[in-house]
Design a binder for this molecule. Structure first.
Ligand code: SF4
Length: 511
């Protein structure tokens, strides 16, 4: 932190020597917390957090010496709200006017007179006894401590916080009695100031007293301690808290730079003791008014087992005009979270309505239109979807019965049609069968005819052969007769010759 040393001064920001450079690694980059980070050998856990608180920056002079702030201005601003920055939280400041600095170092803009007021949520109006605000039937806000481990310049309750005359231990008993006498109250939010700045014995007295009231079901502790002085979450304190379950812790981280190894160890201790931890973030201009910062914060919290619960639009608190963003910025941040990171890490964006109207959640325009029949929605990518509204169940029942009847009639008609179709198909089959028989008979007749024709052809052939043979025989006979005639002719010739010869032959020796 020596880079923050005012050049005109020799004073340095009080150092938490145990913290040393641990904060330089955010929890998003750190795999494991060092187990002995909370304590040093020469100092018990209990001594350590008290020392850190005692060594806080608390005066205009220190702010002047450490950061070069204007002394006169700081003196004026101190009157608006006390100053406290403990050494652990101061060690998270990396440079002047960064997100950590702005949350705790006074700014002249606190003097701007805007529309803001001392008690924007009208808590005093609903305060039946000094330490109690009772607005909702079943739950109360119980203010038990005036101190905090830092004093946030944007604090909603700065009209009371750090003022021992307004939140005092002497009002504790009255608060507990009020709760005991109101059986409708089942949920207590213990706040202040920061309740965990009280001594362990005082915290145990409060928890024990509340737990002994039969109708008290839930105890919630509203505390910024895990973020701003995590060393306060000692083993001893955790052992006290876990005796009075169900006890919830609502804590308050505003920036990823606050997610340190120490903060993780504090949250681990609470979570390991069975304490569910929720986080409330205040949307602050110049601190966390960007989607990227909020994404890193919400994702980092979830890794520390802290459930992001609310992002608050800054209340209309006097002296905090410069911290306020417009509401569109909050909606832009929710649009940048919803659908882009796990739903578990997306908190509700709410305005705590001025004048005590309670927390009112705000959503970007996911709902485009709605009527009796359908809801038109836009998702995180800008795509439009339609969701059908539920129908009147009585009408649905009648419609269902009519549907059943209609279905029966339709099914009956269908059966009749199917039957007729079957009959037609049967007749068709019979006709086809008859046709087949006729075709078969025709084929038989044609076959017989072919056989007869064949036989006739054979007979004609045979006859032709016989006639042929007869012709051959007759031919042969003719040939034989011819030959006989030739022979007879030859014989005649021979006889003629013979006769001739006999005619010329001398009697005895003619010649
Ligand atoms: S810790 Fe809470 S109560 Fe205390 S100053 Fe900060 S916001 Fe106010």
């Amino acid at each position: 932190m020596s880079h923050l040393l005012n050049q005109t001064s020799n004073q340095e920001i009080p150092q938490n020597k145990d913290h040393a450079s641990a904060h330089e690694k955010s929890i998003g980059e750190t795999k494991t917390a060092e187990p002995n980070r909370f304590s040093v050998t020469d100092e018990s856990e209990d001594v350590q957090w008290k020392r850190l608180l005692r060594e806080s920056i608390q005066t205009p002079e220190q702010l002047h010496d450490l950061f070069g702030e204007n002394l006169d201005e700081m003196k004026v601003l101190e009157k608006e709200f006390n100053i406290r920055v403990n050494p652990y939280y101061a060690s998270l400041i990396k440079e002047k006017n960064d997100a950590i600095y702005k949350q705790v170092i006074p700014d002249s803009m606190e003097l701007i007179k805007g529309c803001c007021v001392d008690d924007p949520l009208s808590e005093e109006r609903d305060s039946p006894v000094q330490s109690i605000t009772h607005r909702y039937p079943d739950r109360v806000l119980f203010l038990v401590a005036h101190e905090c481990a830092i004093y946030c310049r944007f604090c909603t309750r700065k009209r009371k916080v750090s003022d021992a005359s307004k939140i005092s231990l002497k009002y504790l008993k009255a608060g507990i009695d009020y709760i005991a006498n109101h059986p409708e109250v089942r949920d207590i939010v213990i706040s202040g100031g920061d309740p965990l700045t009280l001594a362990d014995s005082r915290i145990e007295y409060i928890l024990k007293s509340l737990r002994e009231i039969p109708h008290v079901e839930i105890i919630r502790i509203g505390t910024k301690i895990p973020c701003v002085l995590p060393q306060r979450i000692t083993k001893k304190l955790v052992n006290i808290i876990k005796k009075y379950h169900p006890v919830y812790v609502n804590t308050h981280f505003n920036h990823p730079s606050e997610l340190t190894v120490e903060a993780k160890l504090a949250c681990d201790r609470l979570a390991d003791a069975g304490v569910p931890i929720g986080n409330q973030t205040v949307l602050l201009k110049g601190v966390n008014d960007s989607v990227e910062i909020m994404r890193d914060l919400m994702k980092g919290l979830l890794k520390m087992r802290v459930r992001p619960y609310y992002i608050y639009q800054a209340d209309l608190v006097k002296g905090t005009e410069h911290f306020r963003t417009d509401v569109e910025k909050g909606l832009e941040i929710i649009r940048g979270l919803r659908g882009h990171i796990s739903g578990l890490a997306v908190p509700h964006y709410v305005i705590d309505a001025p004048g005590g109207g309670g927390k009112i959640p705000l959503l970007p325009h996911y709902l485009q239109s709605i009527d009796e029949e359908k809801v038109v929605l836009r998702n995180f990518n800008g795509e439009v979807f339609v969701y059908d509204q539920p129908l009147d169940v009585n009408l649905m029942q009648i419609a269902n019965q009519n549907n059943v009847m209609l279905k029966t009639v339709v099914d009956g008609a269908k059966t009749v049609v199917d039957g007729a179709k079957t009959v037609v198909d049967g007749a068709k089959t019979v006709v086809d069968g008859a046709k087949t028989v006729v075709d078969g008979a025709k084929t038989v007749v044609d076959g017989a005819k072919t056989v007869v024709d064949g036989a006739k052809t054979v007979v004609d052939g045979a006859k032709t052969v016989v006639d042929g043979a007869k012709t051959v025989v007759d031919g042969a006979k003719t040939v034989v007769d011819g030959a006989k005639t030739v022979v007879d002719g030859a014989k005649t010739v021979v006889d003629g010759a013979k006769t001739a010869v006999d005619g010329v032959k001398p009697n005895g020796y003619g010649g």
